[in-house]
Design a protein around this ligand. Structure first.
Ligand SMILES: *Cc1c(COP(=O)(O)O)cnc(C)c1O
Length: 262
């Protein structure tokens, strides 16, 4: 990775690559948001990314994110920052998530959806709204495991729409989550398998888009506008296939430390 470059330069390079991929696909840049994934990096580095023009920050662990959100509170009042939870959420941490994060990309079970819904109903999402009868719903994306790898979180649906064995159950799960008034399902998220040639995972992204299109037909009451897909090694292919959020860690922040040291 271009480790001599500053965060600012790397963000610029990523923006250029996003723009080129969007151009190839005839897509508007307005429909593609860049999430800087800052897991394992200390608050100071996250602040640098925000000061270099990042508006969306992704973290995969609640506690780690909470420390950074608290550390950065009030630092960027002139610059809206949205926090995205992109990693598996344990139900016992759901209560914190509804106040800390602007969007959860990793909704991976009906139980979790129910727990989030109940916490929001009980307490609201921010202090101003908490006493109202209509707390602000939490935007969520349904995480789909398209590859069938056992290690991946998400609703299992390898092959996507073609998986006629698992599809009916998936649709039932979606239908039951759509009845929960305090979460707002806005689309799908997936993590492609790790491969050296990103072209190899193009079908994964295509299948997520095709699945989304089927959900639009079947459940028009939800928006389904978002496809959260694409990371450092494969984001250009994901954009060509319709990503509206790309989640990019290493290409912006540099290599991750194995352990969090700060
Ligand atoms: C870490 C992570 C990313 C970013 O990965 P990079 O390869 O560093 O870009 C994206 N999405 C999820 C869910 C992650 O956990």
């Amino acid at each position: 990775m271009q480790s001599q470059d500053t965060i600012e330069q790397r963000i610029q390079q990523v923006h250029e690559r996003i723009a080129a991929a969007a151009r190839r696909a005839g897509r508007s840049l307005d429909d593609i948001a860049l999430i800087a994934v800052t897991k394992t990096h200390p608050p100071e580095r996250v602040a640098q990314a925000i000061e270099a023009g990042i508006y969306d920050v992704g973290e995969n662990r609640v506690q780690e994110a909470q420390q950074k959100i608290i550390a950065l509170q009030g630092r960027h009042d002139d610059h809206e920052v949205r926090w995205h939870l992109i990693g598996h959420l344990q139900r016992n941490k759901a209560k914190h998530v509804i106040r800390l994060f602007d969007m959860v990309h990793s909704l991976d079970s009906v139980r979790l959806a129910e727990v989030l819904n109940r916490h929001i109903a009980d307490g609201g999402r921010d202090d101003d709204e908490s006493r109202g009868l209509n707390p602000v719903p939490l935007p969520v994306l349904i995480q789909v495991n398209m590859s069938g790898e056992a290690s991946k979180e998400g609703f299992d649906l390898p092959g996507g729409l073609e998986n006629t064995d698992l599809l009916p159950r998936f649709f039932e799960n979606v239908a039951s989550m759509l009845t929960l008034p305090h979460i707002a399902i806005q689309g799908l998220m997936t993590i492609a398998p790790f491969v050296s040639d990103p072209e190899t995972v193009r079908p994964v992204f295509q299948r997520l888009r095709v699945l989304r299109d089927a959900l639009v037909q079947r459940f028009p009451e939800a928006s389904w506008e978002h496809l959260s897909m694409g990371m450092t090694d494969d984001f250009e292919v994901a954009i060509e296939e319709g990503a509206t959020f790309v989640r990019i860690g290493r290409a912006i922040m540099g290599e991750r430390a194995c352990a969090i040291k700060w």
